[in-house]
Design a protein around this ligand. Structure first.
Ligand code: LUZ
Ligand code: MOS
Length: 759
């Protein structure tokens, strides 16, 4: 990759929260958390921990000077529990000591007694008991109930979808440093510096201007630090405020796995109506989202599930209902795709089973229903510039689908225990925060007198390469060498009111703001250039590769000279600029609108090979046509597609979260929670760039890249199911992701279940 950080990463020079040189006297915190999933705190005695040598303080909710409330969308989350705990891992107290080791040892000395209350971990059970995060939400178009009778096939079934651990390499952490005058500087591994600032201000009862949040880079996040980096950062601020000393808190891996939320597991019901030509006439779905104990971002995530309920397809009659269910698990949270993957998995399950029933290829149904220009998604957005068909058709022809299918047929007829399967996955992902107000960003650009450039934006570098993209767009705007451009840390005193770097929109929003700021300075440079060269029309000035041209002819000026002379004539070389995505809105009274600036399209074809005797499988090949728009940086974008696919495959194949009935996470380490590794990633991955795709909402016609590729992984699940069906007919098999090797084995060697409802 061209990422600015690549060399530093490889040499181990990149700094993360745990690497920063600490101020003298810095103290260290550890979190005391609940060992039960639901109960009342009857007695809490921290005196033995306080007596522990090297311990400076033990803080509880009573020590919070402001409001003990960190909920983002709904105010239902305490920083430190008061008299009730709702999940294992819920923070109760904070131990501050001279070293992290002392803090953790002292933690063992805290005495607590609970009165245990019933534990619910299943979302349907929570629903039946009326434990909801918010009222159910329904989006609809047409009238499904009128058309079931017109369908040749109506199929109903249930889908179980597992969660997913983010497994960012850098665990959650922060350092808070008291500043003069009672303020606080917080260095945090967060996607959302303003969330940290806002919540720290609320907890400490200070105005936001007294809190400065600074972020250099994150060692991965994937959504896990969109909302859930806040608590740890605010804990360090609370401790630093109370003790008047810098305080550092970095979670150990096992603490992070235990205390933080994951991708939401879903349980869903669907009903699909199709005619014999494979046209989908009606689709109905109900999603039971396992939100965990508090709201976090669950309602927004559930809403994105509804937005992506029909994936890439136009369906005239749709009704989709989302129910956010409160359980006694750690609050589940944002994770690459933000509920979209769950929505797409359900409709792909419906299409897959309908196709088997009708005995037509799955891709016939997929292809026939792809959304095209002028069609409306069921939430009201009319589609312009659909690339759904182009991606799908190009994938089919460029990767020679019929030849691949022939090879698979031959392989399967000459192998008894090893079978191959293939599946296609079209993806259509909406770009923009669905909460319209978040679609804003600003940038601050300084040109220094030597011609070097500094850029600040709200974007957080988390390994995705957004800093390199911003360097590229600024360098392109000025037409100077990219080495002249430096991207600064993300800091709330330079860039205020930041939206989280999330929703795949970091490069779009912040890149656009950086382009506007750069253009402001460029205009001033051009206006001054005409004076230097004795001409009159600034519009005829052009900077090309650091040389200054007038009316197409070279002048004597270079970039460096022009910059110096502009400064010398007392003209500002700095600009702050603002960008807000135009043309988007969504009306929550009727659940209709046009919430997305545009969509990203693509199609993946995945082939897998299953050892039907042992249950093991390999992903043989992943072939994709993806709509990048005009890529700002092809290597970074390819890295995002490949990484997203591997993460998506992991979610649906080997990554299995297991809790016991008491709500305790059993898959609580990397020996019990399997993630894709270098041996299990696809043997072959080919990514083709869709040609002639433009996008006026992305800087230099680019398109967002972060989340859309994740959902190609859904094809891995169905390729494995298809291979299993080559071994024996598994109609009626429970739809349950992830399809672990264990599940493959058990399903292939158990009696065939009765069929799902069909007629
Ligand atoms: N975060 C958010 C997101 O707050 N709103 C969104 O729509 C979103 N979408 C994807 C990922 N994170
Ligand atoms: Mo996100 S799921 O932080 O874009």
């Amino acid at each position: 990759m061209n990422n600015t950080d690549t060399i530093k990463h490889v040499k181990g020079e990149s700094l993360f929260v745990d690497d920063f040189t600490l101020h003298e006297g810095t103290l260290h915190a550890a979190v005391f958390d609940s060992t039960i999933a639901h109960g009342k705190i009857k007695r809490l005695d921290v005196s033995k921990a306080l007596d522990f040598s090297g311990v400076r303080a033990v803080l509880t909710s009573k020590d919070i000077p402001g409001e003990n409330q960190i909920g983002n969308i709904i105010s239902d989350e305490t920083l430190l529990a008061e008299d009730e705990v709702r999940f294992i891992g819920e923070p109760i107290a904070l131990i501050i000591a001279d070293t992290a080791e002392i803090a953790r040892s002292a933690r063992e000395k805290i005495e607590i007694e609970f009165e245990e209350l019933p534990v619910i971990i299943n979302p349907r059970e929570a629903y039946e008991k009326g434990n909801l995060i918010a009222a159910p939400v329904t989006f609809s178009m047409g009238d499904v109930d009128k058309v079931w009778d017109e369908c040749d096939l109506v199929l109903e079934d249930k889908v179980e979808i597992g969660g997913q651990e983010h497994l960012y390499l850098e665990t959650q952490g922060a350092i808070a440093i008291p500043t003069e005058g009672g303020g606080m500087k917080i260095v945090s591994s967060t996607q959302s510096p303003t969330a940290v600032q806002r919540v720290a201000a609320r907890i400490l009862n200070l105005p936001m201007h007294k809190i400065e949040v600074d972020v250099l880079r994150l060692g991965g996040a994937f959504g896990g630090k969109e909302d859930q980096a806040t608590a740890w950062a605010v804990m360090t601020a609370l401790a630093a405020y109370k003790l008047g000393k810098p305080v550092k808190l970095v979670l150990q891996r096992e603490e992070d796995l235990r205390m933080t939320g994951k991708r939401h597991p879903y349980s869903a019901d669907f009903k699909i109506g199709v005619n014999t030509e494979g046209k989908i006439l009606a689709y109905e779905a109900t999603y039971y989202q396992n939100a965990g104990a508090v709201a976090d971002l669950s309602t927004a995530i559930l809403e994105r599930t509804l937005f992506h309920a029909t994936n890439s397809y136009y369906i005239p009659n749709v009704k989709a209902t989302g129910i956010s269910c409160r359980t006694n698990l750690p609050p589940n949270t944002a994770f690459r795709g933000f509920g979209g993957p769950q929505g797409m998995f359900v409709i792909e399950s419906a299409i897959h089973n309908a196709a088997r029933k009708l005995n037509i290829p799955v891709y016939e149904i997929q292809r026939k229903n792809l959304i095209k220009d002028g069609d409306k998604f069921y939430y009201g957005q009319q589609i312009k510039n659909s690339n759904a068909q182009r991606c799908f058709n190009e994938a089919v022809t460029e990767f020679n689908l019929s030849q691949t299918e022939d090879e698979i047929r031959k392989f399967n007829s000459s192998n008894h225990y090893v079978k191959k399967g293939i599946a296609l996955m079209p993806v259509c992902f909406g770009i923009s925060f669905t909460s319209s107000f978040l679609n804003q960003a600003s940038a601050l650009v300084h040109v220094y007198t030597d011609g070097s450039v500094s850029v600040s934006t709200a974007a957080i570098e988390m390994g995705q390469g957004v800093n390199q993209k911003i360097r590229n767009v600024v360098a392109n705007t000025f037409s100077i060498n990219v080495s002249r451009v430096k991207v600064e840390t993300t800091n709330t005193t330079r860039i205020a009111n930041t939206s989280p770097t999330a929703a795949s929109s970091g490069a779009d929003l912040n890149g656009n703001a950086a382009v506007i700021a750069s253009k402001n300075i460029l205009e001033r440079l051009k206006a001054h250039a005409v004076k230097e060269i004795g001409e009159s029309n600034p519009d005829l000035v052009e900077i090309k590769n650091e040389k200054i041209f007038y009316d197409g002819k070279p002048t004597k000026l270079t970039w460096e000279e022009l910059v110096w002379k502009t400064y010398f004539n007392r003209i500002s070389l700095s600009s702050h600029a603002y960008y807000a995505t135009p043309d988007i809105y969504f009306d929550r009274k009727i659940n209709q609108g046009s919430p997305f600036a545009y969509h990203v399209y693509g199609t993946a074809i995945i082939v897998s090979k299953v050892d039907c005797l042992r249950g093991r499988y390999e992903i043989e090949s992943v072939n994709v046509v993806h709509d990048f728009g005009e890529s700002i940086d092809t290597k970074i974008d390819l890295g995002q597609v490949e990484g997203g696919i591997v993460q998506g495959i992991g979610w649906l194949t080997v990554e299995e979260l297991v809790q016991n009935k008491e709500g305790k996470l059993l898959s609580n380490s990397l020996s019990t929670y399997k993630v894709p590794d270098i041996y299990s990633i696809p043997k072959e991955m080919k990514i083709l760039f869709l040609k002639d795709s433009k996008n006026k909402y992305g800087p230099f016609n680019s398109k967002a890249i972060g989340e859309p590729p994740f959902m190609y992984g859904i094809a891995a699940y169905f390729s494995i199911i298809n291979a299993m069906n080559e071994f024996r007919d598994n109609s009626g098999m429970e739809i349950s992701a992830p399809i672990t090797p264990e599940k493959v084995l058990l399903n292939l060697h158990q009696p065939v279940k009765t069929e799902s409802t069909a007629r």
